[in-house]
Design a protein around this ligand. Structure first.
Ligand SMILES: N[C@@H](CCC(=O)N[C@@H](CS)C(=O)NCC(=O)O)C(=O)O
Length: 379
């Protein structure tokens, strides 16, 4: 079966082989046999048999990211170097860490069986999209907001949102500013190449507040400008503000105003056209959500092996072909949870009470706890 890629160019077909067991039931004939064979085309069965076979699965869209990652043996993940808690490059150790980086590791665990088989490429607000479009990275996981134009015109596909956020405003605690409507005539530090820049303009226009933007090329330039007193306010995603706060020369001298200026659903994205690869990234995220819902975490995952609960069996790959259908091992979610953790493990490790951020789960709690994280079932 050939499916045509959207977005122009010649359609490509990528064929991957996955092992499936097919049980064919027919009436009248009682002969049952097990055969192992390799087929690459549809076979019309006329006899009663149980067949274990290699069936060609054609992935729609023509991408071959999975094959490239597998043959390279390393996942190329676009990340952030300047947002502690989400994506941060430690200048001393040279290691990347953070909530987003852990999702890079989770994909490597699922695809390569090794959460450390990741090469992180640091990207800025400006550089991130060309870096993904060019193929330099396999996936971008870097506090990136899912918007219509990124999803369509820029040629990407998003995986499920990993962090529901909103844009905020930081000001000096002694400024007397208690809401953004107090900021008439203010200078606001904002980073280029972000949703933040446009939201700021829309929000201020709607409020009738005049302001002067001071635009930085990356987080360091923007934060330094604010810290030096060049701006009255610093705006970005609230997660970014919480992160940048700890890097200011006196973190106690600043407050983040209550207002949410926008919706910022942050999540991983892949190139449009490689549907199977986007499925993989999506189901790695869903794996972490399902793990939390079922109480399966990094510490206790082994005790769930052999569980009688069909939902657990599906998530851990003990039943069903949930991995094979995407060209992965069926235990891909076991690898994710045992090597990196479920969603709560990842959240708490990077943003929880034992970190400098102590970010409440709020919207990012499971729907069963009043949040909007709603795990899609493995079935
Ligand atoms: N979520 C927004 C903003 C993301 C963003 O780039 N935030 C800045 C400010 S925290 C950042 O990560 N900067 C890091 C850098 O470019 O070095 C978007 O997708 O446009």
């Amino acid at each position: 079966m050939a499916l045509v890629a959207c977005g122009g160019g010649e359609p490509e077909v990528v064929t991957e082989f996955v092992e499936v067991t097919r049980i064919v039931e027919v009436q009248g004939d009682t002969v049952t046999e097990t055969v192992t064979e390799t087929v690459t085309e549809t076979v019309v069965e006329t006899v009663t048999e149980t067949v274990t076979e290699q069936v060609a699965v054609t992935f729609a869209g023509g991408g071959d990211t999975l094959a490239q990652v597998q043959s390279r043996g390393v996942l190329n993940c676009g990340g952030n170097a300047n947002v502690p808690g989400f994506g941060y490059l430690d200048p001393d150790s040279g290691a990347f860490s953070g909530f987003d980086i852990d999702f890079c590791k989770a994909i490597a665990a699922a695809v390569l069986g090794d959460s450390e088989a990741v090469e992180v490429t640091p990207t800025t607000g400006q550089s991130r999209f060309p870096t993904l479009q060019s193929g330099e990275i396999d996936v971008l996981i870097r506090n990136t907001t899912w918007t219509s134009s990124r999803d369509t015109a820029l040629g990407f596909d998003f995986a499920p949102v990993t962090f529901y956020d909103g844009q905020g405003m930081m000001v000096r605690a002694d400024s007397g500013i208690t809401s953004i409507s107090d900021m008439d005539g203010a200078t606001v530090c904002v980073q280029s190449g972000t949703t933040t820049e446009k939201n700021l303009s829309d929000y201020m226009t709607a409020l009738g507040v005049t302001y002067t933007p001071l635009v930085g090329d990356d987080a360091v330039a923007t934060r330094d400008a604010y810290d030096s007193g060049a701006c009255d306010g610093f705006t970005t995603d609230k997660s970014g503000l919480v992160s940048q706060l700890i890097l200011l020369s006196d973190p106690t001298a600043h407050i983040i105003l209550e207002e949410d200026m926008s919706r910022e659903p942050l999540g991983p994205l892949t190139r449009h056209g490689d549907n199977n690869w986007n499925d993989i990234v999506s189901w790695v995220v869903q794996c972490t959500f399902n793990g939390e819902l079922l109480g399966i975490n990094q510490e206790n995952v082994d005790s769930f092996l052999g569980s009688d609960d069909p939902a657990v069996q599906n998530v851990l790959g003990e039943t069903g072909d949930h991995g094979q259908a995407m060209g992965l091992s069926n235990d891909f979610c076991y690898q994710v949870i045992s090597q990196v953790g479920n969603y709560a493990d990842i959240y708490d490790r990077n943003l929880g009470p034992d970190t400098p951020f102590n970010l409440a789960r709020a919207r990012n709690a499971l729907y069963t706890d009043g949040g909007v994280i709603y795990p899609i079932p493995f079935r």
